[in-house]
Design a binder for this molecule. Structure first.
Ligand code: NAD
Length: 259
């Protein structure tokens, strides 16, 4: 049997990058995975890949900033599966740039996805987890939630918020056996970098920054990471192997934050 055999998992932002990696890994280990995102085409591709590999997954369109959308998604999970054991609050955006050039609208949009989305996810999912005696919530923060980074003030604000929100909710839900932890990735190869470091590639192109060069300089282990590196940590937090872990922060960054 898999490490999360028969458990029902919801992964937000599961159509791409780290979320897709988490959905695939949880499904490999026997979970029934509900993938949600706003990128419907990529969401369908994720579910197809999971099915091809012998896993169980379905896709729902879901904007995590909408409370109504959360109410509908959780109602569908309950109707379809009768329970929810694992929530990965992964959906997020990263908008880099100087504080002095960032519009209030962009600052607030980033808060809406990265912070409101995690708040709404906990608010509407944990009651369903409680009905079946508990569960595990994993909130995607970042190394940017542990320390500052130049031209990432707005993003750092959201990821720092996720870090402490996680600990407070962990205290509130411990008696109900709902564990709540945060994960802090470092430099992981996904499409998010195009907006985290705008104009990060060769001048005049819209190319992403060179993560290999960045990692060689900044990461003690010397390389960037991949979605599966984060997914392996998420899997552990989702499984019973971490049954005594709540309110914790799992840093997966090749040592980036330690330097
Ligand atoms: P990604 O862009 O590949 O994936 C993010 C997904 O979230 C996308 O599929 C996107 O459509 C979805 N999304 C965006 N807004 C949404 C909304 N309103 N509702 C629902 N879904 C929405 O990026 P990623 O790197 O895989 O990011 C996943 C998480 O990991 C994010 O929270 C990000 O901040 C965090 N993170 C990433 C890194 C990294 O190096 N890639 C490092 C630290 C933290």
């Amino acid at each position: 049997a898999g490490r999360v055999q028969g458990k029902v998992a919801l992964v937000t932002g599961g159509a791409s990058g780290i979320g897709r990696g988490c959905a695939e890994r949880l499904a490999q280990e026997g979970a029934v995975v509900v993938v949600t995102d706003v990128q419907d085409h990529k969401g369908a591709e994720t579910v197809e890949a999971i099915a091809k590999a012998g896993g169980k997954a379905s896709y729902l369109h879901h904007d995590v900033t909408s409370e109504q959308a959360w109410i509908e998604v959780i109602a569908k999970v309950k109707a379809e599966h009768g329970r929810l054991d694992i929530l990965v609050n992964n959906a997020g955006i990263g908008l880099g740039g100087s504080v002095f050039e960032m519009s209030l609208a962009d600052f607030q949009r980033q808060q809406a996805v990265n912070v409101d989305g995690v708040f709404l996810g906990c608010k509407h999912s944990i009651p369903l987890m409680r009905e079946n005696g508990g569960g595990s919530v994993i909130n995607m923060s970042s190394v940017a939630g542990l320390k500052g980074a130049p031209n990432l003030a707005g993003y750092c604000a959201t990821k720092g918020a996720v870090r402490l929100f996680t600990k407070a909710v962990a205290m509130e839900c411990a008696a109900d056996h709902v564990r709540v932890n945060s994960v802090h990735p470092g430099i992981i190869e996904t499409p998010i970098w195009v907006t985290v470091i705008p104009q990060g590639g060769p001048p005049g192109t819209n190319a992403p920054p060179d993560l290999d060069a960045m990692s060689q300089m900044a990461v003690p282990l010397g390389t960037k990471g991949y979605p599966e590196d984060i997914a392996n940590g998420v899997l552990w937090l989702a499984s019973e192997e971490s049954r005594y872990v709540t309110g914790a922060e799992l840093v997966i960054d090749g040592g980036l934050s330690v330097r």
